[in-house]
Design a protein around this ligand. Structure first.
Ligand SMILES: CC(=O)CC(=O)O
Length: 656
């Protein structure tokens, strides 16, 4: 941490974008403030004052969010928060609601969904059409025995089918979980099998970068490996079939006139299961509840992103990243969600900018690495596309470099707000973000989100300003996980977030809060692999690499965290005698691509004699990562804690 602080001196940052007073006055953030003043007698001088109140008067703030957005509770809560404890905060006790009901409040011919596939296939659904399809699929899932609390898992691309199936599942009070079809079979099985689903919804194949990929072998493997499955619904996305399946079309057409109903469920009833990266074992199933997600996403999408009816909200994501869940929540605020399936670089890197023009996207979200690629390729979208509708460019998944900020301002538009945001799967949101009334400073995230008591902590657990520290959240938030799947006594949840600073959420990112209330994120403070926004734990990686004959041991390091944004994925290998790295490399790459994802193919393989291990045998991922980021070895790890301290030596020569 000390080294990172050295390079991050506080100071005046360049102001890149200033909110337009007229636009601020017409924003939903302003409407919320007017409402707070009229209804609650609460007036705030500026955003920082409002934020301060929101994280001090936590109950008043979240209660106001529920009231302001008129969340349709079936039974009213008896309180906002029973006790301010973490973990274990109980939000809105006694309340019942359903996420899908809020998402499908509109029954109109306004567009709810615009879909675009990389090969040009596109479609559009109004809110009324979406409701009708959700009703049919809901009835279809019910006919397959799906009811409250059952799990429905989906291996589907970012498509209307995914959205319809998710809403149908949620409307029944069943629990949703999705993976992208480009995940390898093992990665999918590791996730889905642990939550014992009863129905699998899967595509036969998908298109990426101009090619079709057959997913049916993965589907067959999942059916063989998940004994709890009672039915498979096949979406004939590329026209292929499988035996013993129910087809998606038969669900859509088999229940004409089905009623759309919403099972009222308790506030913390599981809505979906997302997955942690699984650094020390199988990916953990992160369960988030209906109420927590409704409130958090209403706040982020309406207040912070100023989205509502008439907007077109796009984020480049697959169904295997939490940004998909965030994107589809655009429906909660009545916006049109723009779904894209395919490669962002097919047929060229302008594909997404063409999409923005064609569908008059108002909020264009993507990942920082995509911005970086556009920059490297010298793209100038504003010169080639009519982006008049565009208001905001969102970026997440990795820290956006100052050059990335500047490129957006220069090549996309000076009037466009840059929303560089950060949060994560764990809360399915961005808790450091942008706001219509906050400026954008070069290289900085504009503000901490309302209700998110985010701070940078020193190693001693003290809040620090203008210094890099551990990102912590000191007050409960409603979208924090209800629990981890299968973690009955809550011990794994406590260990994941509350072990370092008891009662305080430690997120695992490095952050610096500036005196202006903005922030800079420096990447993961642990060893998670983060490739293009998709996080993956090292254990999944090792299972593939070390499963190959010839590999004795391995260590994988993603150097993009800990202050470096130009990082690489490095795989260190200990080989069996007589094995040549050059012979093994093609096979390793193919296995990683097939079993995990193309993004998890390392930039470099490096042969070493030994992997450094702790006394109890754990691989030294974080110490090596720190060493590769330039931390002196004795500060990165104590030799006494290692079983084979000399094994660190080869890594020292790779340090900057
Ligand atoms: C909002 C985010 O934090 C997304 C991510 O990086 O996973």
């Amino acid at each position: 941490m000390t080294d990172m602080q050295a390079g991050t001196a506080a100071g005046e940052a360049e102001l890149l974008w200033r909110p337009d007073p007229d636009r601020v006055a017409g924003s939903r953030m302003a409407a919320f403030r007017t409402w707070l003043s009229a209804e609650k007698g609460l007036r705030f001088a500026d955003y920082p004052a409002l934020w301060e109140w929101s994280v001090t008067e936590v109950e008043a703030f979240w209660g106001a969010i529920a009231e302001f957005f008129e969340v349709p509770f079936h039974s009213a809560p008896t309180a906002v928060l029973s006790e301010r404890v973490m973990p274990g905060a109980e939000w809105f006790p006694g309340a019942t609601l359903n996420y899908a009901e809020q998402a499908l409040r509109r029954d109109s011919d306004e567009a709810a969904v615009v879909f675009h596939r990389e090969d040009g296939l596109s479609s559009r659904l109004t809110y009324a059409e979406l409701r009708a399809r959700v009703a049919a699929v809901r009835a279809g899932l019910a006919s397959l025995g799906v009811g409250r609390g059952d799990r429905v898992v989906a291996l589907v691309p970012n498509s209307p089918e995914a959205l319809i199936a998710f809403l149908a599942t949620a409307s029944l009070g069943a629990v949703w979980s999705s993976c992208s079809p480009d995940f390898g079979a093992r990665a999918v099985a590791d996730r889905f099998a642990q939550i014992e689903p009863t129905v699998l919804i899967a595509v036969d194949g998908y298109r990426y970068n101009g090619r079709g990929f057959d997913v049916r072998p993965t589907v067959e493997r999942l059916r063989a490996e998940i004994p709890s499955l009672r039915a498979t619904v096949l979406v004939e996305y590329l026209g292929g079939t499988l035996p013993d399946v129910v087809t998606w079309d038969s669900l859509l057409t088999g229940f004409p006139g089905a009623e759309l109903e919403f099972e009222p469920v308790p506030f913390d009833h599981p809505l979906w299961v997302l997955y942690s990266s699984g650094t020390t074992g199988l990916p953990k199933g992160i369960v988030q509840g209906h109420g927590g997600i409704v409130l958090e996403h209403l706040k982020m999408l309406a207040l912070h992103s100023d989205l509502g009816p008439g907007d077109r909200f796009f984020w480049f994501t697959t169904t295997g990243w939490m940004m998909w869940n965030y994107l589809v929540s655009g429906l909660l605020v009545g916006t049109t969600v723009v779904l894209f399936d395919g490669s962002p670089a097919h047929p060229d890197l302008s594909a997404l900018w063409r999409l923005a023009e064609q569908h008059r996207v108002t909020y264009f979200g993507t990942s920082a690495p995509y911005i970086q690629s556009c920059l490297k390729e010298g793209l100038r979208p504003a010169d080639r596309h009519d982006l008049a509708a565009l208001r905001v460019v969102g970026s997440t998944g990795a820290p956006l470099t100052p050059e990335g900020f500047r490129w957006i301002a220069d090549a996309v538009g000076r009037d466009v707000q840059i929303a560089s945001v950060s949060g994560g799967t764990d809360l399915c949101t961005a808790f450091v973000a942008a706001s219509p009334d906050r400026p954008v400073w070069l290289g900085e995230l504009s503000c901490r989100s309302l209700g998110a008591a985010v701070h940078a902590y020193s190693e001693a657990g003290e809040p620090v300003v203008d210094e890099v520290g551990e990102l912590v959240i000191t007050q409960p938030m409603p979208s924090m996980p209800v629990r981890f799947w299968g973690d009955e006594d809550g011990s794994r949840l406590r260990e994941a977030y509350f072990d370092t600073f008891p009662g305080v959420w430690r997120h695992g990112d490095w952050i610096r809060i500036t005196g202006r209330g903005s922030a800079v994120i420096y990447g993961r403070s642990d060893s998670t692999l983060n490739r293009g926004g998709v996080r993956m734990g090292t254990s999944e990686f090792y299972r593939v690499v070390e499963g190959l004959p010839g590999v004795a041991d391995s260590l994988v390091i993603d150097t993009s965290g800990a202050g470096r944004t130009d990082g690489e994925l490095l795989c260190f290998l200990v080989l069996e005698p007589g094995t040549a790295l050059a012979d093994l490399e093609p096979r390793l790459k193919a296995e990683l691509r097939a079993n995990l994802s193309p993004r998890h193919v390392p930039d470099r393989f490096v042969r070493v004699d030994e992997i450094p291990r702790t006394l109890n045998g754990k691989k030294c991922e974080v110490p090596v990562k720190k060493i590769l980021a330039g931390t002196p070895p004795d500060q990165a790890v104590s030799r006494d804690a290692l079983r084979n301290p000399d094994a660190l030596l080869p890594f020292l020569s790779l340090a900057p």
